[in-house]
Ligand binder design. Structure first.
Ligand SMILES: N[C@@H](CCC(=O)N[C@@H](CS)C(=O)NCC(=O)O)C(=O)O
Length: 216
């Protein structure tokens, strides 16, 4: 019997979903997308049906190999362990630690602070300044860290999980009108990565749920 196609619950604009879409593209996994619109109907992530899939009421969630996994980094690590090529975590433990440090810096130290649910709490008037502060304070640290870890990409010359976190976070920074001039290394790596096919096919402007006016 043929194994069921993996299903990704995703929102075109979600940076965490984009991380996983890049991993799936790099590893050549054929999958289906079920869009979860985070703003329509008060947010489809709050539906009872979706909550049974991911009790955190967030995208992404991936149905794969008979299980459902939430949390983008856990998903990427599962894909890495079950579909090891191309490698997204370097073999060298020190480089691997750098990849995880950068991934966590973004996934735990920046994105959650500018996530939709937090911005709702902050209120419309203060949202932009709040998000800009969260991103610049994380990017200040990241730019410094990259001086000692980066090659062509975030850690050396191989695309890693850190790069899957970087590109979607830079897109968020652009959305929140963060001035990227102080972040020359971040900007340069982002540009290099955006030229790769896996980053292009998974891009928010090219998803099944991308609104017509944002398609490119
Ligand atoms: N740590 C989670 C964070 C997931 C997350 O924050 N997802 C956002 C979109 S990027 C979301 O679903 N937000 C819905 C909401 O805030 O209501 C991960 O890495 O997957």
């Amino acid at each position: 019997m043929q194994a069921a196609k993996p299903v990704l619950y995703s929102y075109f604009r979600s940076s965490c979903s984009w991380r996983v879409r890049i991993a799936l593209a790099l590893k050549g996994v054929d999958y289906e997308i079920i869009p979860i619109n985070l703003t329509k109907d008060g947010g489809q992530q709050f539906s009872e049906e979706f909550q049974t899939l991911n009790p955190m009421k967030q995208v992404p969630a991936l149905k794969i190999d008979g299980i459902i996994i939430g949390q983008s980094l856990a998903i990427i690590e599962y894909l890495e362990e079950t579909r090891p090529t191309p490698r997204l975590l370097p073999q060298d433990p020190k480089k691997r630690a750098s990849v995880r440090m950068i991934s966590d810096l973004i996934a735990a130290g920046i994105q959650p602070l500018q996530n939709l649910s937090v911005l709702k709490q902050v209120g419309e008037q203060n949202q932009l300044a709040w998000a800009q502060k969260a991103i610049t304070s994380g990017f200040n640290a990241l730019e410094q860290i990259l001086q000692s870890t980066a090659g062509k990409y975030c850690v050396g010359d191989e695309v890693s999980m850190a790069d899957l976190c970087l590109v979607p976070q830079v897109a968020n920074a652009e959305r929140f009108k963060v001035d990227l001039t102080p972040y020359a290394t971040i900007s340069h790596i982002n540009k290099t990565l955006l030229a790769l096919e896996a980053f292009q096919v998974s891009h928010p402007c090219r998803q099944p749920d991308t609104p017509v006016e944002l398609r490119a």
